[in-house]
Design a binder for this molecule. Sequence first.
Ligand code: ZN
Length: 348
Amino acid sequence: MWQSYLKISRLTLVFILLTTSLACPDPWEALRLPDGKIIGGASKPLTLRNESSHDKRWMQMVPGRFGYGDLWPGGTIIYCMGASITGAADRTDMRLSLQAAWKLWVDAGIDPNVQDFREGTVGDCSSPGNGALTVEISSDGTMHSNYGRYSDGSVMVLIPRNDVGMGDKIANYAHEIGHAFGLLHEHQRPDVWTAEYGGTAVTPSFFFNCQNLKDFAALEATRGAKSAGEACQSYSKAIEFEFSASHFLPEPRDESGVAGGPLDLKSIMIYPSRAGGINPGTTPATGRLVYTLWDGTEILPRFVPSQFDVKNMKSLYPATAPQTTPCFAFQACSPFQHMFNQVVGCRR
Ligand SMILES: [Zn+2]
């Protein structure tokens, strides 16, 4: 089925290249919901959408735009063990842990016939840059993942321990799987931070105890109190200083993401209040509160994807994705969309 789909796409590409005066594809086309509703406004995609309905929320990449990769063809991520996972025991642990993490998504409502996350064969993993996701063990104490798929290879970096992040390895991996498919941090939505922090909210949702971040004291010592204060309020400053506030503040890049609906405190894509905090103890629960809700309420770790995480994911990879229907080259579901855009001069 996939091969025939590729053939159709190639044929479509040739056909379209022979046709003139075609409009650029709608960048929001990939976000069209099964009911025909389009997320975001094509004419002004950088503006956050105000949801009138409270049964939806989104914080997701726009495939192919700025710092984001593409959708995974067929809604499937094929992962390969990276060079940092060498021993048989480590490989087995990683394999079983990733399977358990993916099962959390399936148990929460993701249809495994529409989306899949599985280990590649020897052939899939024999060539670096074949489009698979390479899984590595972190060497610097941070976990991260590319958003979406990059044709020259995507990476997911994990920490096989239970004393970081949510305090649960499988939940942490499920969070990173969310990123890999294209979901962004719920707490970094610009519409829940005020302008003081680079956001768009009129009233704040969070109280940010930036000085409780593990690396704040070192930053203040090397850069001074004024610069440290600036980095507590500016994502770009935090990035410049390699300061962990960048994991909390709203990202300018989110201008190209999509967010809307109420803040989902049950999202597995939201950081718990003590993540990244100074920790005199031995478990995440003993760390200091880095941020809370505005009224001081602690945001607790979440160990399973929420119903809105699942809706968010399904909106990126709808059941009508190209496994059973042709996907034209100008559509975001096609792996040839970038090539098409470049050829017809519709670079975004
Ligand atoms: Zn994350």
